[in-house]
Design a protein. Sequence first.
Length: 95
Amino acid sequence: MGKALLMAARLLLATTSTAGAETFTFHCVLQVDLTVTYDNKTQTAIVETQNTAFKLPIAQSGSGARYSDGTTTFWEHQGEAMFETPGASFTGCKR
């Protein structure tokens, strides 16, 4: 029972949902986390990392979900993400 409660608490902390939006946390190498809020209403993703937020519009993707403003890109597929912005690149980030 204790393990089930702990697992439920972890899931709740990793995933939150509000009307039309879902938020997930991705853990990357070097102790970097990405907090990503997908807003289905505006078709954007807000990526927050290291005290900076990027609002990215949805972009064409062969598979997975891709958001890009042409300079900064966030791409997620099956629970694994990649984030690139000038001066920084994170790959293999896991939900």
